[in-house]
Design a protein around this ligand. Structure first.
Ligand code: HEC
Length: 124
């Protein structure tokens, strides 16, 4: 709940920053998607995201996968992008990383980036 609120706040802040610019540019901003960030060139690339809170388990070189599915690795673009939508869903509903994880915590910045990455078409 709190994480979702933070992301919503970020999007609200971005909207407040960019909406006047869109008006000035003669664009009404009446977009067809909620992905204003993507249109503004704000889509984070796969390689720019800190995936450490995920690769603790979801990595081809993880010391202990802790039952993470073998076909999902966040050190592998093809594997991660194939599950792009699911990735954002699990981060948004707060079930990934699991609360039992003894790996690095997911920062608010990485969380927002992962969601944007998924919603902006998983850029490499
Ligand atoms: C402590 C180990 C661990 C960490 C850390 C972890 N996961 Fe997982 N993940 C699992 C396990 C175990 C499953 C399978 C059980 C389940 O779906 O809950 C799973 C399943 C998933 C699935 C579902 C795959 C499918 O085929 O539907 C996604 C998506 C996912 N994780 C994303 C992430 C992301 C993104 C992160 C980092 C923000 C992350 N996980 C961090 C252990 C982990």
């Amino acid at each position: 709940m709190r994480r979702t609120a933070l992301v919503t706040l970020k999007h609200l802040a971005l909207t407040l920053v960019f909406a006047p610019a869109l008006v000035l540019a003669g664009c009404d901003g009446g977009g067809d998607t909620g992905g204003g960030d993507c249109a503004n060139g704000d889509a984070p690339s796969f390689t720019s995201i800190d995936w450490s809170s995920c690769t603790h388990c979801h990595s081809s070189s993880a010391a202990d996968r802790q039952a993470a599915p073998v076909d999902l690795n966040y050190d592998d673009y093809n594997s991660a992008s194939a599950k792009g939508t699911r990735t954002a869903e699990r981060v948004m509903d707060g079930t990934m990383p699991p609360t039992t994880s003894d790996g690095p915590a997911l920062s608010a910045e990485a969380e927002a980036q992962i969601i944007d990455w998924s919603q902006c078409g998983t850029p490499q």
